[in-house]
Design a protein around this ligand. Structure first.
Ligand SMILES: N[C@@H](CCC(=O)N[C@@H](CS)C(=O)NCC(=O)O)C(=O)O
Length: 212
């Protein structure tokens, strides 16, 4: 399998899932600011021009984090990266996956767009104050929801790490970039530290150049 990714972006969730699964894969790093033959290939594979894209061993392509994460988990059911298809626990995990994809991930997108709109980054400096406050409020609302949902749990679905955790860990890593402090969310912070310590997560972060 081949995964097209950019460092630290949402595609890191798929990279973590592949690494956790133990499946054999190749990770192709792209840099949209330095277009080359790999970025051209990505655009051919995905007309939306975004990562992640997964090409499986039969040459079939899959886009969208949620779909790729489910696919990877199902290639190695014994990894426990998702509960068995058809079980109630599976739908609970997919509910978290959908929350991260449709709500949490997308709450960051407008802040990343501030540079394109106003020529300024969406973090602590620059941007339009009222707009940024509105975006920060949304993200904090989701962090509070997550903090409550994680009480007494090791991972989103309970005791087992799933691909939903890989995705939440990845997106949660952007809080600092956009100027949102997570200090008040104790359960959430403990949870993020737990995932950070996983050997597969460390390997992926090193491979993506996020850790030395
Ligand atoms: N809904 C898509 C979102 C994909 C997406 O937004 N990818 C971003 C990175 S997080 C991207 O490639 N952006 C293009 C860019 O940075 O130029 C999915 O889940 O795969």
């Amino acid at each position: 399998m081949k995964l097209y990714y950019t460092s630290g972006s949402c595609s890191m969730s798929c990279h973590i899932a592949l690494e956790e699964s133990g499946l054999s894969y190749t990770a192709v790093q792209l840099d949209f600011s330095k277009p080359d033959s790999n970025t051209a290939e990505l655009e051919r594979l995905n007309p939306l021009g975004v990562v992640p894209v997964l090409v499986n061993d039969q040459g079939k392509k899959l886009t969208q984090n949620a779909a790729i994460l489910e696919y990877v988990a199902d290639q190695k059911p014994e990894s426990g990266l998702l509960p068995a298809a058809g079980s109630w626990e599976r739908y609970e995990a997919v509910s978290w996956l959908s929350f991260v994809a449709a709500d949490f991930h997308k709450a960051f997108t407008p802040l990343f767009a501030t540079k394109a709109i106003w020529g300024q980054e969406g973090g602590q400096a620059g941007g339009q104050d009222e707009f940024k406050k509105w975006c920060w409020g949304n993200i904090k609302g989701y962090l509070k929801y997550l903090d409550q949902g994680l009480a007494g749990k090791d991972y989103l679905t309970g005791k087992k790490f799933t691909v939903a955790d890989a995705y939440l860990f990845t997106v949660g890593g952007w809080c600092e970039d956009v100027g949102v402090s997570t200090d008040e969310y104790k359960n959430y912070n403990t949870y993020i530290s737990r995932i950070y310590q996983r050997p597969a997560v460390q390997r992926v972060m090193k491979a993506e150049g996020l850790l030395s």
